[in-house]
Design a protein around this ligand. Sequence first.
Ligand code: BGC
Ligand code: NOJ
Length: 811
Amino acid sequence: MQFGHFDDSSKEYVITTPRTPLPWINYLGTQDFFSLISNTAGGYSFYKDAKLLRLTRYRYNNCPLDNGGRYYYIKDGNTVWNPGWQPTQTELDAYSCRHGLGYTVISGSKNKIEAELTAFVPVHDPCEINYLVIRNTGSSPRHLDIFSFVEFCLWNAADDSSNFQRNFSTGEVEVEGSTIYHKTEYRERRNHYAVYSVNKKIEGFDTSRDAFIGLYNGFSNPEAVLAGESRNSIAHGWAPVGSHHLKADLNPGEATSFIFVLGYCENPEDQKFEAPGIINKAPARRLLEKYQTDLQVKNALFELKHYWTGLLSSYTVETGDEKLDRLVNVWNQYQCMVTFNMSRSASYFESGLGRGMGFRDSCQDLLGFVHLIPSRARERILDIASTQFEDGSTYHQYQPLTKKGNADIGSGFNDDPLWLVASTAAYIRETGDFSILDEKCAFNSDPSKAVPLMEHLRRSIRFTRTHLGPHGLPQIGRADWNDCLNLNCFSTQPGESFQTFGPSEGPVAESVFIAAMFVKYGKEYAELCDALHLSEEASDIRKAVKEMNEAVQTSGWDGKWFVRAYDAYSRPVGSHVNDEGQIYIEPQGMCVMAGIGLDNGKAEEALKSVEERLDTHFGIVLLTPAYTSYHVELGEISSYPPGYKENAGIFCHNNPWIVCAETILGHGNRAFQVFRKTCPVYLEEISEIHRTEPYAYCQMVAGKDAPTFGEGKNSWLTGTAAWTFTAISQYILGIQPTLHGLKIDPCIPDTVEGYTVNRTFRNVRYHIRVENPSHVQKGVISVTVNGKLMEGNIIPPVTGKSEADVVVQMG
Ligand code: BGC
Ligand code: NOJ
């Protein structure tokens, strides 16, 4: 069953009922100011940091689920309705929500009044625009009352949702004309405030939630709206809100528009006050004057659309498969941008309070983003590196506003350091910009300890090499990529009482997954050394990679697949000797991607085992058999009921690893089959089962052991976006940036006749036509560039030209 459809020509998903299985959301904002908006206008806004600078309030796990947002109430006689249906839930005569790239248009109509709300964050200003157009499509004049509504968050969203004894007394607002200023905490060293304004003269306003809604009512029936007039309330503490009352008197066929701006304003410290105690409104005035006319709004929206068209043109395909094209050309890359911006901080399932920017998460998000805006990827890498410790270990997360490591979570996830190598190497392959390696980055955010980025990578590599366990495999620490495999948090001897090691300790438990990462990213590091003429270091690291590869072959091979880990008693995890959790997906994907076992059949065997044991209709589960009871020596993984999350859920993030691995072995048919299974655009017709948005990947789909097999959870913020884009763009379609140029190495289903990719690479536009007349899955027999036959399949950077025509013959 579908709840909408794709509109490819306008790059929108059109939702045709407000009653989606879950709120289906969109992200507004490209750089600093962000909003989440659901298909019924729910959601919230923040500036830079979802925890520390939240403009509007949102209550998670609410009832109804999605309650709170930017709400526009239309009072038409005794009927009160919202164009997005919520919160009044008044039945509409027509409804649609078009989620586009950075904007959302929600339209509703009731009794021959049409209302259309366009919400977006302009490219250059820290505000959300709500452009509301109301039209009388009937044959008699109409007199409508319109009430806007947002609820302010008192900035620090964590404190806002817990410290009520304080917060019920801090709220302060001011109203001047049609502008509501939310200035809570301004008197306390703060330099920022929020505005919520409309471009028309208002009939009245409210800033006290209790006055607007009434103590015993809710968002669905605010007293002021029912009464048809604002209370002109000023909030003193309690819950400040912003609401304007406007009138629309419309003749038949007539329309009117309102421009609402919700903005973040900041003053330099020395210009905080206009006069003692009076906030400096200059930034607000400057912001608001830019959005007073319809033309200004239309231009800003046009600029946003143009911005996105430009970004997405960096990689486009025409494959003849409409679904694949819309995924690659629009939605997958869009999600890569969103994950780059948000990391795992703010979604409808990540509250924005707990998790800032993840170290490993952001490094991986970069893999799918770096081709879009390399300069921002560069800046991000330097920010991330600056949170590393001198011994090469890293904070697991940092806060986007302060860019400082999160000490509550600390370090000890031993895969983290190697992801920095992965992201930096990907950046340099994309851009050829080796100068990033000379940039000085702090350790633990202490600028007095800054060293070149290359030294950070070196310490990442060294960290793994100096933290090996009894089998010569890397120590896992608190966990590796799989946060829930906690092998060091339990008794030291069977039967002994519970005891935990320090955060990054535990010298016995080892990870085959980190070993595979070391082989893969160690080689990439060695290539960087080659390019820098550090030949001794390059051969030293290649030696270490070789030893690690041998350790995996010796101690990480179970007979038919790669072992997952060794626990703190040195017993294998993910082995046939285990009763449950005999085979895990992660080491199969990462080992093959690293090239382990390619020459001796192990890679083939491992992927065959994945297909035989882990594959399902909806994707590949993380492990099997699922753990049926809790194991203290394995940790959180066994705390989930079978089939959910890391306990045998289909963790979408590592499905593309198998896709990549299959292409390395030349299995184009199988690679694409795996690719399709978790791909949301192919699941649109079963949205009642999948439940999450058909235009965004979710983190996890319930596995075969779960009662709700096929149900998606935690949409949007997942490394799946970046890895899927990597899998399809580089491994299947085979356009791979390398240090030496663009490599063309497709691995496709043998039914594919050919396809076209347009790819910008180091400022050159490549028009690549791949032809597959003999219907092979892999193999390039010739590459011509501008009519000239090349040797091999790596196109060296084209100089002196801005375009290149490439024809690739497979066979
Ligand atoms: C989840 C993981 C997640 C981790 C983050 C766990 O409960 O299952 O998927 O990465 O929390 O802290
Ligand atoms: C989600 C986390 O964001 C990610 O870092 C982790 O690798 C996966 N869960 C698996 O546990």
